[in-house]
Design a protein around this ligand. Structure first.
Ligand SMILES: Nc1ncnc2c1ncn2[C@@H]1O[C@H](COP(=O)(O)OP(=O)(O)O)[C@@H](O)[C@H]1O
Ligand SMILES: [Mg+2]
Length: 229
């Protein structure tokens, strides 16, 4: 199996970057991959969250706080990079290094307003727009969601997945419970789909396919009516 490098980035803070990084790392671990987690945010939330679940995964999980080009030769099957909320040197390096950069966006103007700058930086690094798909977090029936959706479609941004807000997620991540034991299967589906799509996108890139948009557009209906356990 070839290596997968995924970064999670948005210049805006509080959009769900670290949460997605943690969950992608967990899914990779649960599926018996080794994971190199790179925490580029000085807040070290990613490192802390993974520290809480060390008991479960032990040596399959390695955490570091700098990204080196030599990490491309690391033995782990998955490299998950959590970025700081800026487009500084570390984020630029992550864009350059990663196969796919997942970009979480909340339905607010501020998490969408800087995307043009990010796509310009990605283009300079030789990355296609489709390698930086948005992930909608907590899009609902509000007017702001409607406006945000309009903006996303006008600008033709790729969208990989819709992730619902889920009250158990913050608890799981800060309590050290493996999230897959704390959420019922249907609630996990959007995250599993995101993981599978990242996997499919990297497969396509490795096979020399340059237009990977279709990986993201293959979207399924949301499951909304489940209660948490
Ligand atoms: N899907 C979700 N459901 C519920 N709360 C979430 C979800 N994703 C993120 N959060 C919460 O939102 C806040 C910001 O998330 P975080 O992942 O730390 O964002 P960032 O890394 O972009 O700053 C945290 O309190 C986190 O627990
Ligand atoms: Mg964070």
């Amino acid at each position: 199996m070839s290596k997968i490098a995924v970064a999670v980035l948005n210049r805006k803070g509080g959009v769900g970057k670290t949460t997605i990084a943690v969950i992608l790392a967990e899914i990779a671990l649960v599926r018996h991959n080794r994971v190199l987690a790179v925490d580029l945010d000085p807040s070290r939330n990613f490192t802390d969250a993974l520290g809480f679940m060390r008991n479960y995964f032990r040596t399959s999980l390695r955490v570091k706080s700098t990204l080196e080009d030599s990490d491309a030769d690391a033995p782990e099957e998955w490299i998950v990079i959590d970025c700081p909320p800026n487009l500084g040197d570390d984020s630029a390096h992550a864009i350059d290094f990663a196969d796919i950069v997942v970009v979480p966006v909340r339905p607010d103007f501020f998490s969408l307003s800087n995307l043009g700058i990010m796509y310009a930086a990605a283009k300079k690094a030789g990355k296609e727009k489709a390698q930086l798909p948005l992930v909608k977090v907590g899009y609902d029936t509000s007017v702001m969601t409607k406006i945000a959706n309009q903006l996303i479609s006008e600008r033709d941004y790729p969208v990989a997945e819709d992730l619902p807000l889920h009250k158990h997620i913050p608890y799981n991540i800060t309590s050290g419970r493996v999230w897959s034991t704390g959420l019922i299967a249907r609630s996990r589906q959007p995250y599993e789909r995101l993981y599978d799509k990242v996997l499919a996108a990297v497969d396509k890139l490795n096979a020399g396919v340059t237009d990977i948009n279709e990986v993201w557009t293959d979207r399924k209906e949301e499951d909304t009516d489940d209660a948490d356990i």
